[in-house]
Design a protein around this ligand. Structure first.
Ligand SMILES: Nc1ncnc2c1ncn2[C@@H]1O[C@H](COP(=O)(O)OP(=O)(O)OP(=O)(O)O)[C@@H](O)[C@H]1O
Length: 325
């Protein structure tokens, strides 16, 4: 398990006051953060730009020392035992950083493998295995500058796995990727956690991705934790309403009345068209089954039904609105 206790990071930056004078300024990027990542678990780290996500990941991956607090990785201290900890973690950033474009895919992995002390047969076997699992075997001898965005990102994943880390930090892994490529990558991330039992920390601005992948989510603002729970609980605690829009055969006034009576706790609105009625239902629970039952009972034919359930995105937007009010 990775356990961060009360971690903080303070940057000292020089700000120019005039042509001759500059002044030291303190930026508190992370402030007293507690966080855990277990094996086989995908944990999300969310926050607006500048909230402190990258700084947190850099501290967890030993690239930066915390100014305060402690980080342990399976009981080892990330500062005192940094060499052992480095071998157990790795980071994959989205976009096109951290790869050498003139080198081929295999050459990139060879370079990074050597940085982790791998060599000879063991390194070649690892490169072959990784290129295979990310589907780049046929492109292994092609320079990375000729790769598509999706291929580069798959190579990034292979690079992040070169030292077979137990814990992986993914900073915006699907940034700028087309929907099918992003979906394929999400599948890979799930397999890494659920089959290979790696502990994963993920930052992403795509909240649907976070909702799909993450077991737990930390939301930070200005370096401090504001919420920590499962995506389902966060959504349920902030957004209460389900919205159903249903288009049916024309509903007479008595049927509309019985619908209102039957859907206890729901708010209903009706719009009459020439040959159909559109019902809009708002409810603090998913009312779909009840609506269908009522339609069957009243011999009403359903032409279209659309359910909008509360989403993590709605919850985050509501939280942001609450904070700025
Ligand atoms: N090297 C640095 N020197 C000084 N200040 C920094 C440095 N790196 C980050 N900061 C500041 O620390 C704060 C947190 O930045 P950080 O990059 O960790 O946030 P983030 O949540 O990853 O943001 P984004 O989503 O934009 O990547 C910001 O105010 C940023 O300007």
């Amino acid at each position: 398990m990775i356990e961060a206790k009360g971690i903080g990071k303070v940057y000292s930056v020089k700000k120019k006051k005039s042509f001759f004078r500059s002044e030291k300024q303190i930026v508190r990027a992370v402030n007293g953060l507690n966080l855990t990542i277990n094996e086989g678990e995908i944990v999300g780290l969310l926050g607006l730009n500048g909230a402190g996500k990258t700084t947190t990941i850099k501290m967890l991956s030993t690239l930066l020392n915390p100014s305060e607090g402690t980080i342990t990785v399976d009981g080892l201290d990330a500062v005192q035992d940094a060499i052992q900890v480095k071998a157990m973690v790795n980071m994959i950033a989205g976009g096109e950083r951290m790869l050498y474009w003139r080198l081929t895919g295999a050459e990139n992995l060879r370079y990074f493998g050597k940085l982790y002390g791998l060599s000879g047969n063991a390194l070649e076997k690892r490169i072959k295995y990784l290129l295979d699992i990310v589907g780049l075997t046929n492109a292994s001898d092609t320079p990375v500058e000729l790769y598509s965005k999706g291929m580069k990102q798959r190579l990034q994943i292979a690079r992040g796995l070169i030292n077979d880390p137990k814990y992986l930090f993914l900073d915006e892994p699907t940034l700028g990727l087309d929907a099918p490529v992003a979906k394929q990558l999400r599948g890979m991330v799930k397999t890494l956690a659920k089959s290979d039992r790696k502990g994963i920390l993920l930052t992403s601005h795509y909240l649907e991705e976070v909702e799909e992948l993450c077991d737990r989510v930390y939301i930070i603002e200005k370096g401090s934790l504001i919420l920590h729970d499962t995506p389902e609980n966060i959504t349920a605690s902030v957004v209460k309403d389900y919205h159903v829009t249903i288009e049916t055969s024309v509903l007479s006034a008595p049927v509309q009345y019985r619908m209102k009576q039957g859907l206890i706790g729901c708010t209903l609105g009706f719009t009459e068209n020439a040959d159909s009625t559109v019902m809009q239902i708002k409810a603090p629970f998913d009312p779909t089954a009840q609506i269908i039952d009522l339609c069957v009972k009243e011999s009403v034919s359903i032409q279209k039904l659309e359910l909008k359930r509360p989403r993590l995105e709605d919850a985050i937007l509501a939280l942001a609105k609450e904070k700025s009010a």
